[in-house]
Design a protein around this ligand. Structure first.
Ligand SMILES: [Zn+2]
Length: 360
């Protein structure tokens, strides 16, 4: 069978078999690794999809027919679709930081854990590596991996709290020593850590370059993982949507400095945080900035999403800068409500907002 589609990731995806039936699988809305939007009439019917669920949306019949014929025009549209590979929570353009020959951005899938934690399955189709960010517990992660027939190669921890590292050892055991990556400053408190990283370090997850930001405040050794080419940052319990982490081990100065690093990322950067706290955060935010129209719009959006049981994550840095009171110490309305004068510095306004939230 002569395939005229050169992208190896795509061929690999085509050749994947459903663990349930042994038949070829295709992409679907729940399978961010191969997610191609096609008109309804071109969607295959009755095929198994990567997620073993039924919402198949993304393969042309020719790919599964055994007689693939891809002419120039079609090939170029396929390549385009691959470059725009969408993810479960929105798509973004492929950035300039991708290594030569790598077209796809990082696949990211949210894995709910406990009552309100989010772990994130990350996947590099080209290199065949799969990681989990902040596995609170092993079971939902194993389930998500098995659903896709993937094996875990990496575990990334933003900080030591049990609801971010609780699954480390079980996952490491089960997947033959998956490598654990975490903050150097808290090395002793990260179960099974193999690679300790700190501010300024870069690291490769498959072919994806990751920058490490030290973001202490919530805990002493918190880090955030930034993938510039995929416009994604994993913020753990430093930055939430419309909120920020409590200051358990750090000072307001440290936390403000940490948040300032995140503010400086491009506005389109998607924020993948550690908890679904957005609805409660919005309530507090409206109490200190009720006239913020973008916050009002976000409140409405969050209400609708939660009513439908949908996650409010990811947000973006741009949206957070417009709606998150902890990133907006220069807001006159916020200062007025917190009884902070125009001369107060940003750290003091941030600290007052954090205290007010703790009492809210
Ligand atoms: Zn925490």
């Amino acid at each position: 069978m002569a395939l005229h589609i050169s992208n190896t990731a795509f061929v690999k995806a085509l050749s994947r078999l459903s663990p349930a039936t042994g038949r070829p699988v295709v992409g679907c809305r729940r399978s961010p690794w191969v997610h191609l939007h096609l008109p309804l009439r071109q969607r295959p019917v009755g095929r198994d999809c990567l997620c073993a669920q039924s919402t198949v949306v993304g393969a042309r019949r020719v790919w599964l027919s055994g007689r693939p014929r891809v002419d120039g025009q079609r090939q170029s549209s396929l390549t385009c679709a691959l470059q725009k590979k969408s993810m479960a929570f929105g798509s973004s353009e492929v950035g300039s930081n991708v290594m030569p020959g790598v077209k796809a951005e990082l696949g990211i899938e949210l894995v709910p854990c406990f009552s309100d934690n989010y772990a994130y399955l990350i996947h590099d189709e080209e290199k065949g590596v799969t990681g989990i960010v902040d596995p609170s517990e092993a079971r939902p992660v194993i389930k998500a991996l098995e659903k896709r027939g993937l094996a875990l190669t990496h575990i990334l921890n933003t900080h030591h709290h049990h609801d971010h590292t609780g699954g480390n050892l079980e996952l490491k055991r089960r997947y033959g020593g998956a490598q654990v990556v975490g903050p150097a400053a808290d090395k002793a408190r990260i179960p099974g850590i193999d690679v300790a990283l700190q501010e300024g370090d870069t690291w490769h997850f498959g072919s994806h370059l990751m920058h490490v930001l030290d973001t202490p405040g919530h805990t002493r050794g918190h880090v955030c993982f930034y993938f510039p080419a995929s416009n994604a940052v994993f913020t753990g319990d430093t930055l939430f949507s419309v909120g920020c982490g409590r200051l358990f081990e750090g000072t307001p100065d440290q936390m403000w400095s940490s948040l300032s690093k995140l503010i400086s990322l491009p506005a389109k950067t998607r924020v993948f945080c550690g908890h679904e706290y957005t609805e409660a955060n919005v309530r507090f935010a409206l109490s200190v900035e009720p006239d913020n129209e973008e916050l009002q719009a976000r409140a409405q959006e969050v209400k609708e999403m939660r009513t439908r049981g949908k996650p409010t994550i990811p947000s973006t840095i741009g949206l957070e800068c417009a709606t998150n009171p902890f990133l907006r110490p220069s807001s006159e309305e916020l200062r007025r409500r917190l009884k902070m004068g125009g001369n107060a510095n940003d750290v003091d306004v941030f600290a007052a907002a954090r205290r007010a939230k703790d009492r809210f």
